[in-house]
Ligand binder design. Structure first.
Ligand code: ADP
Ligand code: MG
Length: 726
């Protein structure tokens, strides 16, 4: 066989069976590179080989000994095969037990030398035992340190069906020994300056570290690499945008004052500051690219609308895109309320609606075609809408500003370029995106490094704080009585549950290293989790048979979901039992109680978002967090929801506890950030984020086209393709 290269398909490698190849393909592992880049998610330190006499209960250890006996039996009740072996060294003996691994009886013959690595426990009949240990047969060559599975720091790979960590280790070890030099994509001077491992060393150590610290260093390298290329991509994007032209407004301060005077409230300090930052941007002749962040209810919409109004005065158009019809409509309504005399034309365009407003107190229903025409000849200056706004047939006449609400809901970052028909000739529209998800700073820097940031970090003054309580399930009846009282007063209630119905995850989990007991406790926990369907049955039939209870979850059809939401909006429902699907934008000011079952199963950011659905009206609102858990950590985590001053503080905590993948994925509902996994994990580490950013800035400041760094350039191009930044 030729030399092994990264691109070599695994079929060409001797010793990989066809069945295993198929399994690997399932996980997109087809080449040597794919396999080498399939990193362990953790390590077990079995580096010391212990004498059996020295073993302690609960210790994780490797022992080496001779197999004295091995036999298989079958449990009748559960139809399981149990293999039991006795291993001894010159100091004592230990039992080992495996479930459903019939093949072991063929491999582990009496008299063979083996290493066993695992957790030491006390056997029911007395003596020591290892449940489901990792084994490695010792041949003479392995005595000199060529171990893969035991007697060393052992890599554990992500749980993947049918592919065991052992199988991967088996394949990897010889590959790593034979692989030639791997191309280094990071410049030498950067490796040196930031103490980052070279690729050859890193790839070896990430799989087979001598000590855990080696593995940490190796993983750091890959994280640095991803963050570095992410930064390069962001900065280059930025440079590119700065070369583009955009409309520059020369508004007067008096224009702004005049607009502000129309509002029934005064802007908060943060709103003013953000508006000011945005207005400075639209004075420039380069496109703005700004993210406006602010808690739910902090008043982002008005800031964006004011910007659109400033441009409308110059005769320029703005498009305001929201993720749902409900939200688009809500923005349009708010606009009409505050700027009832706006006579330059405002429109609403969604899949099912087209409306026009000319400040004469009338809202005209329109055919979509006619609205499109008016947008096309600049008779409409501000148009609110959904994705309908970026359809091919929507051609703007002179679009100067694109506003994207809840921008993370649009998946891959859709930019102003999406509005290809902006009509502004040689120019690009300014872009203002908005997000209610508080994102910690490090994350913002890494993920949205090409954006400028404005933050609204206070709520309008008149808001009543929501009373949040952790409720012991013992007091559930009291909570129900309180709910009844609120409903009697005409208020409405949300009840959130983590799951829809029981699932069969038990079939999905399959890992040789998971012992039966872990499996059992895992499912035990989840079986107790509150399920929407059950909870709905209980509340509607037993607890509140006299009240109007409805259910909402992700498996319902869109039409059913809409109807349910509409009925709740129209106060035709008292209690809505829901999973986490309830919309970000849902705005029912009459709802005053948010009751969250199994609150500990949600991330803090998500709990925070749930709570934000109440406290939007004049009435005092409440949030009840129920948990069966008695763990101190859980209670402290939930308590931070009561203590945190704002969403940002909470997001930082959540990020620290759960890690960015979880944070962005489930809590915040980000569709796609395009950030590689490795980088995601590393975002917890602010120094790494800053260093990689700095390294990218330095490199580009010397050589903005990367002419002296062809490898970096090549890698950047493929990286950009992978993450769809362009
Ligand atoms: P979000 O930032 O979540 O998009 P909105 O823009 O929908 O929040 O604002 C929430 C509500 O607060 C709206 O009814 C809006 O009119 C109102 N609002 C905005 N700014 C202020 C303010 N400075 N004072 C009082 N109410 C405000
Ligand atoms: Mg909003």
């Amino acid at each position: 066989m030729d030399e092994i290269k990264l691109e070599t398909p695994l079929e060409k490698i001797k010793g990989i069976g066809p069945k295993f190849l198929v399994k690997l393909k399932h996980f997109n592992i087809a080449t040597v590179k794919d396999l080498l880049w399939h990193f362990p998610n953790r390590y077990e330190d079995f580096s010391n080989i212990f004498k059996i006499v020295d073993l302690q209960i609960n210790q994780h250890a490797t022992v080496r000994g001779e197999i004295q006996s091995i036999k298989m039996r079958r449990t009748w009740k559960r139809k399981m095969f149990i293999i039991e072996a006795l291993i001894s060294d010159d100091t004592g003996s230990i039992r080992a037990i495996w479930f459903n691994q019939k093949f072991l009886i063929m491999m582990l013959k009496k008299g063979k030398m083996v290493n066993l690595a695992g957790k030491v426990a006390e056997a029911p009949k007395g003596g020591l035992i290892m449940n489901h240990p990792i084994h490695e047969i010792i041949t003479s060559s392995k005595e000199n340190g060529d171990l893969r599975h035991t007697g060393r720091v052992v890599p554990i790979y992500p749980e993947t069906k049918g592919i065991t960590s052992k199988g991967i280790r088996y394949l990897l070890k010889p590959l790593l020994d034979k692989i030639g030099k791997i191309e280094e994509s990071l410049p030498e001077e950067i490796l040196k300056k930031y103490g980052v491992l070279g690729i050859d060393k890193a790839i070896k150590l990430v799989h087979f570290p001598e000590k855990i610290d080696d593995a940490i260093l190796a993983k750091k390298r890959f994280a640095f690499e991803d963050l570095f290329f992410l930064s390069l991509a962001n900065i280059r994007q930025r440079i590119k945008l700065d070369k583009e032209k955009a409309y520059s407004s020369d508004f007067e301060l008096d224009d702004i004052k005049e607009l502000l005077a129309k509002l029934p409230f005064e802007l908060t300090f943060s709103q003013k500051k953000s508006l000011w930052e945005i207005l400075q941007d639209i004075k420039k002749s380069h496109p703005m690219n700004r993210l406006l962040q602010g808690d739910v209810g902090s008043g982002k919409t008005i800031v964006a609308v004011l910007t659109a109004l400033v441009l409308a005065k110059d005769g320029k158009q703005s498009a305001f895109m929201a993720p749902t019809e409900v939200l688009a409509r809500q923005h349009f309504e708010t606009f009409k309320k505050f700027f009832a005399d706006f006579d330059k034309g405002a429109g609403l365009m969604t899949g099912s609606m087209a409306k026009v407003f000319y400040g004469d107190g009338l809202e005209n229903d329109f055919k979509k075609n006619d609205l499109t025409k008016k947008v096309g000849n600049n008779e409409i200056k501000i148009v609110f809408g959904t994705h309908a706004l970026i359809q091919k047939y929507v051609k703007f006449s002179d679009l100067a500003l694109v506003i994207i609400d809840e921008q993370h809901r649009f998946g891959v970052r859709q930019r102003a370029e999406l509005f290809k028909n902006h009509g502004a000739k040689e120019m690009l529209p300014h872009l203002l995106s908005m997000s209610a998800t508080p994102i910690p700073r490090t994350l913002t820097l890494a993920v949205f490094g090409d954006l400028d940031l404005s933050i609204i970090d206070e709520l309008p003054k008149n808001r009543k704080a929501i009373i949040t309580k952790i409720v012991d399930p013992k007091n559930r009846d009291k909570a129900y009585a309180f709910i009844r009282g609120q409903v009697k007063k005409g208020r409405q209630v949300f009840v959130i549950c983590p799951r829809i119905e029981p699932t069969s995850e038990s079939q999905e989990i399959e890992n040789q290293n998971t012992t039966e007991s872990i499996k059992k406790s895992f499912f035990h926990n989840w079986d107790n989790v509150k399920m929407v369907k059950e909870e709905y049955e209980k509340l509607s039939k037993k607890v509140f048979p006299d009240l109007r209870v409805l259910m909402l979850h992700g498996k319902m059809k869109a039409k059913e979901k809409n109807e349910t939401m509409t009925r709740f909006n129209n106060r035709e429902t008292d209690i809505l039992v829901s999973t986490s699907v309830i919309e970000v934008g849902v705005d029912v000011p009459n709802a005053t109680i948010m009751m969250i079952e199994d609150a500990d199963k949600f991330g803090l950011a998500q709990l925070y978002q749930f709570r934000g659905r109440v406290g939007r009206g004049e009435h005092q609102s409440f949030c009840f967090l129920l948990t069966e858990s008695s763990s101190k950590i859980t209670h402290e985590r939930l308590k931070s929801l009561i203590d945190a001053k704002n969403g940002f503080e909470l997001a930082e905590k959540d990020l620290a506890i759960r890690g960015p993948g979880e944070f962005l994925g489930t809590s915040a509902g980000w569709a796609q950030t395009g950030v590689p996994d490795m980088a995601m994990k590393a975002i917890k580490n602010p120094t790494l984020v800053k260093d990689s950013r700095k390294a990218a800035e330095e490199l580009l400041s010397n050589d903005s086209e990367l002419e002296r760094y062809p490898i970096v350039r090549k890698r950047l191009e493929s990286f950009q393709e992978e993450i769809h930044l362009e």
